[in-house]
Design a protein around this ligand. Structure first.
Ligand SMILES: [Fe+2]
Ligand SMILES: [Fe+2]
Length: 262
C-alpha cells in the first residue's frame, strides 16, 4: 500500500495570494500533477491540515476545484486554519464524521486513523479526553493491523520557538503518548503544521511532520522572529509492504527528469 501525504496547502480564494505573494493554488496544482505522475499510483492521498487559510466556504470551493484534478482517492484532516464544519460541508465524502470532531478510520493493509486537533481560530491544537478514549478503543479493535495515526499538530516540540508556541497542548500530547504506547501496531504518527520535515521518537513509535506544498517555515533554532521561505515544496510517501513494514520517503515536488544508469 502506498500512502502519499501532502500538507498545509493553505488555499485562498481564486486570484488571491497568501502573505503578500504566495500563489498557493499554483503550488497545489504542481503537487497534484506530481502525484498524478507517480507510478505506481498511491492507494490514498492524505492531506494533513491547513487545507485552506481562513476556513471559509469560498476557499473550500476553490480547494474542491483544485482537488478534482487528483486521480487517486484522497482524505482530508483539519488543521488550525480549517473550520471543521465548513470543511465537512464542502467535502462530505472526504472528511470523517457527520458532526463534531473529524476523527475516523480508513481501513486497508495500512490502517489510517485520523484525529481532529483543530480549535479554530486558535493556532494551537488539543485533543479531548473523549477523542483519546475513542482512539484507544479504535486501536484496540485491530491490534495486529499496521496503523498510522494522522493529526495536524505534532505531539512534540520541534525547537522552532514560534511554532512550538502553537503546538498540541502538553496535556493532549501526553495523553496521546499514553494511548499510542499501548498499541505497538502504530507505525507512525503523521502531522503537518510545521511546513517542513521533522522526525522524532514518540511513545514507542516514530512521529514526523510533512513538508508543505507551498511555503516552508524557516528553520530557525534560535529565537528569531517567525519567518517563511521558498525551500522546494515536498511530500512524503509511506510505502507499506508485508515484509518491509512502513518505509517513508521524502520527495521534492516537480519533474526532476530521471535518467537511466544504463
Ligand atoms: Fe500550515
Ligand atoms: Fe497549522
Amino acid at each position: 500500500m502506498l500512502l502519499v501525504q501532502l500538507s498545509d496547502p493553505h488555499i485562498v480564494e481564486p486570484g488571491e495570494r497568501l502573505l503578500g505573494g504566495i500563489d498557493t493554488a499554483r503550488f497545489l496544482r504542481e503537487a497534484i500533477e506530481h502525484v498524478n505522475r507517480l507510478d505506481p499510483q498511491p492507494d490514498l492521498v492524505l492531506l494533513t491540515g491547513d487545507l485552506v487559510n481562513e476556513g471559509r466556504p469560498e476557499e473550500y470551493a476553490h480547494l474542491r476545484e483544485l482537488l478534482s484534478a487528483l486521480h487517486a482517492p484522497f482524505h482530508l484532516v483539519p488543521g488550525n486554519h480549517d473550520l471543521t464544519a465548513a470543511l465537512r460541508a464542502a467535502f462530505p465524502d472526504h472528511v470523517h464524521g457527520e458532526a463534531g470532531r473529524a476523527d475516523g478510520v480508513i481501513d486497508g493493509p495500512l490502517r489510517v486513523v485520523t484525529l481532529d486537533s483543530s480549535r479554530y481560530p486558535e493556532p494551537g491544537g488539543s485533543l479531548d479526553p473523549e477523542q483519546l478514549e475513542w482512539l484507544d478503543r479504535t486501536l484496540g479493535a485491530a491490534p495486529d493491523q499496521p496503523t498510522v495515526v494522522a493529526v495536524h499538530h505534532p505531539p512534540f516540540a520541534t525547537g522552532i520557538a514560534h511554532m512550538d508556541t502553537m503546538a498540541l497542548d502538553a496535556g493532549s500530547a501526553a495523553g496521546l503518548a499514553a494511548v499510542i504506547a499501548g498499541h505497538p501496531q502504530v507505525e507512525r504518527v503523521l502531522s503537518g503544521h510545521l511546513h517542513r520535515h521533522i522526525v522524532r521518537r514518540f511513545a514507542g513509535t516514530i512521529a514526523m511532520t510533512a513538508p508543505g506544498t507551498a511555503h516552508a517555515v524557516n528553520l530557525d533554532l534560535g529565537n528569531g522572529r517567525a519567518a517563511w521561505n521558498h525551500e522546494p515544496p515536498a511530500l512524503l510517501l509511506h510505502l507499506w509492504t508485508p515484509s518491509g513494514g512502513v518505509v517513508t520517503h521524502l520527495e521534492v515536488i516537480g519533474d526532476h527528469h530521471p535518467v537511466s544508469f544504463v
